[in-house]
Design a binder for this molecule. Structure first.
Ligand code: SF4
Length: 84
């Protein structure tokens, strides 16, 4: 089963309620923007309750996704996992 199907079967996922937390933004046009590090910290907290967290992480590692929070990891954390 593909990760897309796994996500669909899981119903509403935490990242779907706040997608703006899960990806990098330079915030240049938004005076209220918070840092990427702060947003990633909040995103990772939301992942904690996700029923497909391990599948999400596996998908991101296998597909070498180098942006955003996936499976409660940042791009740098996934790079460390890939190199381990
Ligand atoms: S683990 Fe993946 S699918 Fe689940 S909330 Fe986090 S980013 Fe979304």
């Amino acid at each position: 089963m593909s990760f897309t199907h796994i996500m669909a079967d899981a119903g509403e996922l935490p990242c779907q309620s706040a997608p703006q937390l899960f990806f990098e933004s330079d915030g240049k046009d938004d005076p209220d923007a918070i840092s990427t590090a702060a947003r990633f910290k909040m995103a990772k907290a939301l992942c904690n309750d996700c029923p497909v967290r391990m599948q999400c992480l596996s998908y991101a590692i296998q597909n070498n996704i180098q942006h955003g929070v996936w499976g409660q990891t940042t791009p740098l954390e996934r790079e460390y996992i890939r190199k381990a």
